[in-house]
Design a protein around this ligand. Structure first.
Ligand SMILES: C[S@@+](CC[C@H](N)C(=O)[O-])C[C@H]1O[C@@H](n2cnc3c(N)ncnc32)[C@H](O)[C@@H]1O
Length: 195
């Protein structure tokens, strides 16, 4: 990764200039940026997330598969919402080879059925594991899940995808969505409607 990109980003991170950080990849065309975060939102995307979380009465967000936590830090900075990030492979993330972490990571072996606080929305951004996704959904008693990933016309793969997510149950319905700039990536909000 280009050292200068990371150095600039870290300098801005240390002084909490999140808007300046977004500008580093304003056109979502910087390949160095993609190594840290798959989707670079704009301010209106954060407002979209915040409004839904607040309007539906949630306290914050639990992000599964948060990677280095840059997205989670940006959401927290821009919205004021608490955002907790979860990862697998503690050994790697806590090793000297790990990339910089923008938030304190939590590890899924700390999770149990009661850990997915139903007062928080879940977030999956370019998550890549259908089985784990369905396990998380199964253990979650709340009613709001965000999925960020490619729209139908984009030749990028992830699991779950915003418009073809398989929750393993028919309780979940697409509530609303917003595109991230004109990238073909979308933020989709799903709500649970129990029968
Ligand atoms: C493609 S990366 C996306 C990272 C970040 N969300 C982003 O958008 O840049 C998928 C991440 O999910 C993590 N992951 C895979 N299975 C997981 C699981 N069962 N629970 C939590 N994280 C998981 C991986 O370690 C990886 O960091």
């Amino acid at each position: 990764m280009e050292d200068s990109f990371v150095n600039t980003l870290l300098t801005l991170y240390k002084v909490e200039k999140w808007k300046e950080i977004l500008k580093l990849n304003e056109n979502s065309d910087n390949l160095n940026a993609l190594k840290l975060l798959w989707v670079w939102p704009e301010e209106k995307n954060f407002k979209f997330i915040k409004n839904l979380v607040k309007d539906l009465g949630y306290k914050g967000i639990l992000s599964l598969g948060c990677g280095c936590g840059l997205l989670e830090w940006l959401i927290n900075q821009s919205t004021g919402l608490p955002v907790l990030g979860y990862e697998i492979n503690r050994e790697w993330w806590e090793s000297k080879y790990s990339s910089f972490k923008f938030i304190k990571l939590n590890y899924i072996n700390q999770l149990n059925e009661n850990s997915l606080d139903p007062n928080y929305a879940l977030l999956f951004c370019y998550f890549n594991n259908k089985k784990s996704f369905q396990d998380y959904v199964n253990n979650y008693k709340g009613h709001l899940i965000f999925i960020i990933g490619p729209g139908c016309d984009v030749p990028r793969h992830t699991e779950p995808q915003p418009f073809s997510a398989d929750f393993g149950t028919t309780d979940w319905h697409l509530y609303c969505y917003q595109e991230v700039k004109t990238t073909g990536d979308f933020i989709a909000a799903f709500i649970r409607e129990e029968k």
